[in-house]
Ligand binder design. Structure first.
Ligand SMILES: C[S@@+](CC[C@H](N)C(=O)[O-])C[C@H]1O[C@@H](n2cnc3c(N)ncnc32)[C@H](O)[C@@H]1O
Length: 272
């Protein structure tokens, strides 16, 4: 299996968000304030929340849904700014951490353990955030599903803040194959393992990082897909989901849009 280039959007055999060992590594990555791995660095998150609160203030957009909220780094900051926050994530470990952290700080945040592709809310939220390029990790079909669900979730006049990787990222991506022995375990397994990693480029700006993890117990394979976007493609998908108005930035701190930025951020509005 690891010898072949997988079919487009072939999924990992295991849901790694809830794997006991991997979810622990993932949470540690989220909580590392100086690492851009699972969440962005805390200084970026602070600037991002400040910009969102200034441009879409809680006074006219009070109810906020943070989609793929992880351990609540954004959700807590939004709550402290005055929003009524619901955070939703499919990692049980992240949601448990987020709930404990909110309790410790006496923050009134609703956290929901759920697959965002299965969420079903109608006209409930004034503002939704879907941050750190998770949109591009979805297949074309699932991107259409999530954008329609978010549209349905929002009230008229409600806004979505969303970011994706741009073509800069796709153009820099190299098709390479590497292997490593992890004597004392590592990100993918607690036991000693050999990792075989292959990076592939696919048509339509899609990339794959495929990792085969070989331990004494067997072989597991993980696929991390990413679609990179031109502004035109992103806005086409947004308009197909029903969003009528948009603003464009380079990132979710509100930096002016340029084609050279590795990310594109949009604020989409449900206008009717
Ligand atoms: C790249 S992280 C970003 C986390 C957070 N937005 C941030 O910027 O700190 C993506 C998050 O989406 C969550 N996630 C991935 N697939 C999901 C799904 N189908 N339903 C709900 N959450 C999901 C992951 O557990 C993870 O916390």
């Amino acid at each position: 299996m690891c010898l072949e280039r997988p079919a487009l959007y072939q999924q990992s055999e295991v849901n790694f968000w809830n794997d006991k060992h991997i979810s622990k590594q993932m949470l540690a990555a989220h909580l590392n304030p100086d690492f851009d791995g699972a969440s962005r660095k805390l200084c970026f998150i602070d600037r991002s929340v400040k910009w969102i609160a200034e441009t879409i203030p809680f006074s006219n957009h009070p109810r906020l849904l943070d989609i793929g909220c992880g351990p609540g780094l954004y959700a807590e900051r939004f709550c402290k700014m005055g929003y009524t926050v619901t955070g939703l994530d499919f990692s049980r470990r992240s949601i448990e951490y987020a709930k404990d952290s909110a309790d410790r700080q006496d923050l009134d945040i609703t956290y929901i353990y759920q697959d965002y592709l299965k969420m079903n809310y109608s006209n409930m939220f004034d503002l939704a955030t879907f941050i750190y390029c998770d949109y591009g990790a979805l297949s074309t079909k699932n991107r259409a599903i999530i954008l329609r669900k978010i549209y349905q979730t929002l009230k008229i006049g409600g806004k979505l803040v969303l970011d994706v990787f741009s073509m800069v990222k796709y153009n820099d991506f190299e098709e390479i194959k590497t292997w490593n022995v992890h004597e004392h375990g590592g990100f993918w397994s607690a036991e000693k393992y050999l990792s075989l990693k292959a990076q592939y480029k696919y048509p339509d700006n899609v990339t794959l990082e495929q990792t085969a993890v070989i331990t004494n117990s067997g072989i597991r394979e993980y696929c991390i897909w990413n679609c990179c976007f031109t502004l035109e493609i992103l806005l086409k998908e947004a308009s197909e989901a029903g969003f009528g108005k948009f603003e464009v930035f380079s990132d979710v701190t509100g930096k002016s849009y340029t084609e050279n930025s590795p990310t594109i951020a949009v604020v989409l509005e449900k206008s009717s």
